[in-house]
Design a protein around this ligand. Sequence first.
Ligand code: ZN
Length: 146
Amino acid sequence: MSEHESQNPFDVFAELFPQVTDLNAPFWEGLAAGEVRLQQCQQCGVYQHPPESFCYGCGATSLAWSPVGAHGTVYSYIIVHQPYHPAFRPFIPYTVAIVQLDEGPRILGAMLGLETPIAIGDRVQPRIEAIDGERSMLLFEPENGR
Ligand SMILES: [Zn+2]
Protein backbone atom coordinates (compact mmCIF):
# COMPACT_ATOMS: atom_id res chain seq x y z
CA MET A 1 0.00 0.00 0.00
CA SER A 2 1.43 3.37 -0.97
CA GLU A 3 1.37 6.32 1.37
CA HIS A 4 -1.32 7.87 -0.79
CA GLU A 5 -3.74 5.01 -0.40
CA SER A 6 -6.31 5.32 2.28
CA GLN A 7 -7.02 2.93 5.12
CA ASN A 8 -10.73 3.40 4.46
CA PRO A 9 -11.90 1.88 1.16
CA PHE A 10 -15.12 3.91 1.37
CA ASP A 11 -13.57 7.39 1.39
CA VAL A 12 -13.53 7.32 -2.42
CA PHE A 13 -17.29 7.81 -2.25
CA ALA A 14 -16.89 11.32 -0.84
CA GLU A 15 -16.77 12.79 -4.35
CA LEU A 16 -19.84 10.78 -5.37
CA PHE A 17 -21.91 11.77 -2.37
CA PRO A 18 -25.42 12.95 -3.32
CA GLN A 19 -26.41 16.56 -2.90
CA VAL A 20 -27.72 17.08 0.60
CA THR A 21 -30.90 19.13 0.66
CA ASP A 22 -33.24 20.29 3.41
CA LEU A 23 -35.50 17.41 2.40
CA ASN A 24 -32.96 14.55 2.53
CA ALA A 25 -30.54 15.87 5.20
CA PRO A 26 -32.17 13.88 8.05
CA PHE A 27 -31.55 10.63 6.15
CA TRP A 28 -27.83 11.38 5.81
CA GLU A 29 -27.57 12.74 9.35
CA GLY A 30 -29.10 9.47 10.56
CA LEU A 31 -26.52 7.38 8.74
CA ALA A 32 -23.74 9.56 10.11
CA ALA A 33 -25.15 8.82 13.58
CA GLY A 34 -25.18 5.10 12.80
CA GLU A 35 -28.88 4.61 12.20
CA VAL A 36 -31.30 4.41 9.30
CA ARG A 37 -34.00 7.05 9.55
CA LEU A 38 -37.10 7.12 7.40
CA GLN A 39 -39.69 9.78 6.88
CA GLN A 40 -42.98 8.81 8.52
CA CYS A 41 -46.38 10.35 7.94
CA GLN A 42 -47.85 11.72 11.15
CA GLN A 43 -51.35 11.38 9.70
CA CYS A 44 -51.48 7.76 8.47
CA GLY A 45 -48.24 6.30 9.86
CA VAL A 46 -46.78 5.20 6.53
CA TYR A 47 -43.00 5.22 6.15
CA GLN A 48 -41.68 6.49 2.84
CA HIS A 49 -38.44 6.78 0.92
CA PRO A 50 -37.13 8.76 -0.87
CA PRO A 51 -38.27 11.70 1.23
CA GLU A 52 -40.88 14.07 -0.09
CA SER A 53 -42.66 17.15 1.21
CA PHE A 54 -45.96 15.23 1.41
CA CYS A 55 -47.10 11.68 2.21
CA TYR A 56 -47.19 9.33 -0.75
CA GLY A 57 -50.12 7.56 0.91
CA CYS A 58 -52.52 10.25 2.06
CA GLY A 59 -51.04 13.54 0.88
CA ALA A 60 -50.56 14.95 4.38
CA THR A 61 -47.67 17.33 4.86
CA SER A 62 -47.04 16.46 8.51
CA LEU A 63 -43.99 14.22 8.25
CA ALA A 64 -41.37 13.30 10.81
CA TRP A 65 -38.16 11.25 10.79
CA SER A 66 -37.86 8.07 12.82
CA PRO A 67 -35.04 5.58 13.29
CA VAL A 68 -35.97 2.15 11.90
CA GLY A 69 -34.45 -1.31 11.90
CA ALA A 70 -34.24 -1.29 8.10
CA HIS A 71 -34.15 -5.05 7.83
CA GLY A 72 -35.90 -6.39 4.78
CA THR A 73 -35.97 -8.81 1.90
CA VAL A 74 -34.29 -8.64 -1.48
CA TYR A 75 -36.92 -7.50 -3.98
CA SER A 76 -34.57 -7.48 -6.96
CA TYR A 77 -30.87 -7.20 -7.64
CA ILE A 78 -28.13 -7.02 -10.22
CA ILE A 79 -24.51 -8.07 -10.04
CA VAL A 80 -22.17 -5.41 -11.38
CA HIS A 81 -19.02 -6.62 -13.14
CA GLN A 82 -17.97 -3.37 -14.85
CA PRO A 83 -16.55 -0.47 -12.85
CA TYR A 84 -18.72 2.42 -14.01
CA HIS A 85 -16.58 4.75 -11.92
CA PRO A 86 -12.98 4.21 -10.76
CA ALA A 87 -14.22 4.37 -7.17
CA PHE A 88 -16.11 1.12 -7.69
CA ARG A 89 -13.18 -0.84 -9.11
CA PRO A 90 -11.96 -2.33 -5.81
CA PHE A 91 -15.43 -3.70 -5.09
CA ILE A 92 -16.33 -5.53 -8.31
CA PRO A 93 -18.11 -7.77 -8.67
CA TYR A 94 -20.68 -6.26 -6.31
CA THR A 95 -24.41 -6.54 -5.94
CA VAL A 96 -26.92 -3.70 -6.08
CA ALA A 97 -30.19 -4.71 -4.48
CA ILE A 98 -33.62 -3.19 -4.21
CA VAL A 99 -34.57 -4.03 -0.64
CA GLN A 100 -38.18 -4.28 0.46
CA LEU A 101 -37.85 -2.86 3.95
CA ASP A 102 -39.99 -4.33 6.74
CA GLU A 103 -41.18 -0.77 7.37
CA GLY A 104 -42.69 -0.60 3.87
CA PRO A 105 -40.57 1.38 1.43
CA ARG A 106 -38.19 -0.10 -1.08
CA ILE A 107 -34.64 1.26 -1.03
CA LEU A 108 -31.57 0.76 -3.16
CA GLY A 109 -28.36 -0.44 -1.59
CA ALA A 110 -25.10 -2.08 -2.56
CA MET A 111 -24.00 -5.39 -1.10
CA LEU A 112 -20.25 -5.93 -1.08
CA GLY A 113 -18.05 -8.95 -0.61
CA LEU A 114 -20.80 -11.56 -0.73
CA GLU A 115 -19.40 -15.06 -0.38
CA THR A 116 -22.49 -16.57 -1.99
CA PRO A 117 -24.87 -14.75 -4.34
CA ILE A 118 -28.05 -13.44 -2.84
CA ALA A 119 -31.46 -14.45 -4.12
CA ILE A 120 -34.77 -12.66 -4.35
CA GLY A 121 -36.51 -13.01 -1.01
CA ASP A 122 -33.31 -13.31 1.05
CA ARG A 123 -33.32 -11.46 4.36
CA VAL A 124 -30.89 -8.54 4.63
CA GLN A 125 -29.92 -5.97 7.21
CA PRO A 126 -28.35 -2.54 6.97
CA ARG A 127 -24.60 -2.08 7.00
CA ILE A 128 -23.54 1.52 7.56
CA GLU A 129 -20.03 2.45 6.48
CA ALA A 130 -18.29 5.73 7.26
CA ILE A 131 -16.99 7.66 4.26
CA ASP A 132 -15.27 10.30 6.36
CA GLY A 133 -15.75 11.95 9.71
CA GLU A 134 -19.07 13.51 8.70
CA ARG A 135 -20.72 11.25 6.17
CA SER A 136 -21.72 7.62 5.96
CA MET A 137 -23.34 5.41 3.35
CA LEU A 138 -26.00 2.74 3.52
CA LEU A 139 -25.17 -0.74 2.30
CA PHE A 140 -26.88 -4.03 2.99
CA GLU A 141 -25.58 -7.43 4.05
CA PRO A 142 -27.13 -10.84 4.66
CA GLU A 143 -29.17 -10.83 7.87
CA ASN A 144 -27.28 -12.08 10.92
CA GLY A 145 -24.25 -13.01 8.88
CA ARG A 146 -26.02 -15.77 6.94
ZN1 ZN B 1 -49.99 9.70 5.17
